[in-house]
Design a protein around this ligand. Structure first.
Ligand code: FAD
Length: 453
């Protein structure tokens, strides 16, 4: 298996402290598999790096051998763009250090949000985490990151103060606004195409008081739940975030009978006094038929549990769209398209309230998210033949809503067959391509959604 310059992937074994697995070897398939089991990643080798020096050694070696490198913590954002690369697994690098006085965390590349939140909570702080505790912070932050607390503090990529990276020459460096604003700009939302990140330094935010939880109704109440959601979000303060969801849960004996049917839910967080949060969400009490009400004071460590999203590897097809407007007409069309007949074969359809500080531009490739609401549609594709049906249902709903959509898609929520061009305005994409050409002229780094053609 000789590559260029007499360098081969097998040589990596003599160079790294971590494990190297090659196709055909025991353990390779499991090591190459991503969290999203709907994507089969066919990579040249998997390097499970032990530390930043391993990361630098892989990049230097790949450069010599003329191979690409793709970093991945867990594979929540898996795509086949990684095929043919050396897959660098960062899962062993999970260190988290909190500097409570400065409200800053240094997180290693494989650290997951659940672990970061647990540590930040001890100091009454929170990161700009998303909904799932098992998603790793690095991929999420490099992609922009839509957080529970984004309406108050903006896109999560804006919380990245500094990055420890390996550059395309295989050199370890620290990137800050002062010494390399161009690269920091690209790392704040432009994805994994510019460097191999070994650690990030991120801002944390006060959260000693926090309120939230999930309220559940039968899906038959979807129209009333949607009406309450629209009123709740119409004049919500930036501290309040609410998401409307239709759920089609898979049958499970562990779930109480009443919660097994199609459901409508509203998930909320309020970053502040729990009594105020209760008061602000009182409108939800007016919708009859509540099956379960999980609202209450929360620790930042508990936020990842609100949506009860799948934690184990799962085959998913997630399609997201952004609403340019979410009028009564748009909400009505959504319910017509998805609510009355049920959402099958989708497992989930969600409308997230955005706005607030998310619309404020970050000095980074993620820019601003001006759209006021996001639509997410998720299908679980345990049987391959389900894929087509899920895609068709997503298309049908998106088509019904088309006049109300902006046409842009959020980078972290691109479907596995999506492209960077779907997420970035043309001038941002052009700037990212320019950074890519200058920082990685040989194309060593391969993002799950490459910025180049
Ligand atoms: C259940 C679930 C819930 C989610 N909730 C949210 C949410 O609330 N908000 C939101 O914005 N997104 C959310 N996402 C999307 C998620 O943020 C993206 O899938 C993101 O890419 C996941 O990052 P990861 O590192 O876990 O995934 P990975 O697949 O491991 O990484 C994704 C990509 O990030 C880049 N990358 C990762 N690590 C490195 C590194 N060390 N150096 C350089 N590049 C790297 C690579 O390009 C890689 O292909 C959710 C996804 C799932 C499955």
């Amino acid at each position: 298996m000789n590559e260029q310059n007499g360098a081969s992937v097998e040589d990596l074994r003599n160079i790294l402290k971590g494990q190297v697995l090659l196709p055909g070897e025991p353990g390779f398939e499991a090591a190459a598999a991503s969290w999203d089991l709907s994507v089969r990643q066919e990579v040249r080798a998997v390097a499970e790096i032990a530390d930043a020096h391993d990361a630098a050694a892989v990049v230097a070696h790949a450069r010599r051998a003329g191979l690409g490198v793709a970093a991945q913590a867990s594979g929540h954002g898996a795509t086949t763009a990684l095929n043919g690369t050396i897959l660098v697994r960062t899962g062993a690098m999970r260190g988290i250090e909190i500097d409570a006085d400065r409200s800053v965390a240094r997180i290693e590349a494989g650290a997951r949000w659940g672990e970061i939140q647990a540590q930040a909570a001890r100091h009454g702080l929170t990161g700009l985490c998303g909904s799932a505790p098992v998603v790793s912070a690095t991929g999420y932050l490099l992609g922009g990151g839509l957080s529970w607390f984004g309406r108050k503090h903006g896109l999560a990529a804006g919380s990245v103060r500094a990055a420890e990276i390996v550059d395309a020459e295989g050199v370890l460096r620290r990137v800050t606004q002062a010494d390399d604003p161009e690269l920091l700009w690209a790392l704040r939302g432009g994805g994994g195409d510019f460097a191999l990140v070994t650690a990030l330094e991120i801002d944390l935010y006060p959260a000693s008081e926090l309120y939230g939880g999930r309220v559940i109704w039968p899906a038959a109440r979807a129209s009333e739940v949607m009406a309450a959601f629209r009123r709740l979000t119409a004049d919500a303060p930036d501290e309040l975030t609410a998401w409307f969801t239709l759920l089609n849960p898979p049958p499970s004996p562990d779930v109480p009978e009443a919660l097994r049917g199609p459901l409508a839910t509203i998930d909320v967080t309020y970053l502040g006094d729990p009594d105020k949060g209760r008061e602000l969400t009182r409108i939800l009490d007016s919708v009859p038929g509540v099956l379960s009400d999980g609202r209450g004071p929360l620790s930042p460590a508990e936020v990842g549990g609100i949506c009860a999203e799948p934690e184990n590897p799962t085959p998913i097809l997630y399609r997201s769209e952004l609403f340019g407007e979410f009028t009564e007409e748009a909400a009505g069309k959504l319910l017509d398209a998805a609510g009355h007949e049920g959402i099958a074969p989708l497992a989930m359809l969600q409308v997230r309230h955005l706005g607030g500080a998310l619309a404020r531009p970050v000095d980074g490739a993620c820019g601003a998210m001006a759209e006021p609401y996001l639509l997410g549609m998720l299908g679980v594709t345990f049987a391959p033949e389900l894929e087509e049906a899920v895609r068709a249902r997503q298309e049908e709903i998106a088509t019904a809503l088309e006049p109300h959509l902006s046409g842009r898609k959020p980078f972290t929520f691109l479907r596995s067959d999506g492209a960077a061009a779907d997420a970035f305005p043309a001038e941002t994409l052009a700037r990212l391509r320019d950074v890519k050409r200058r920082r990685d002229p040989n194309g060593v780094f391969r993002s799950n959604f490459p910025v180049s053609d």
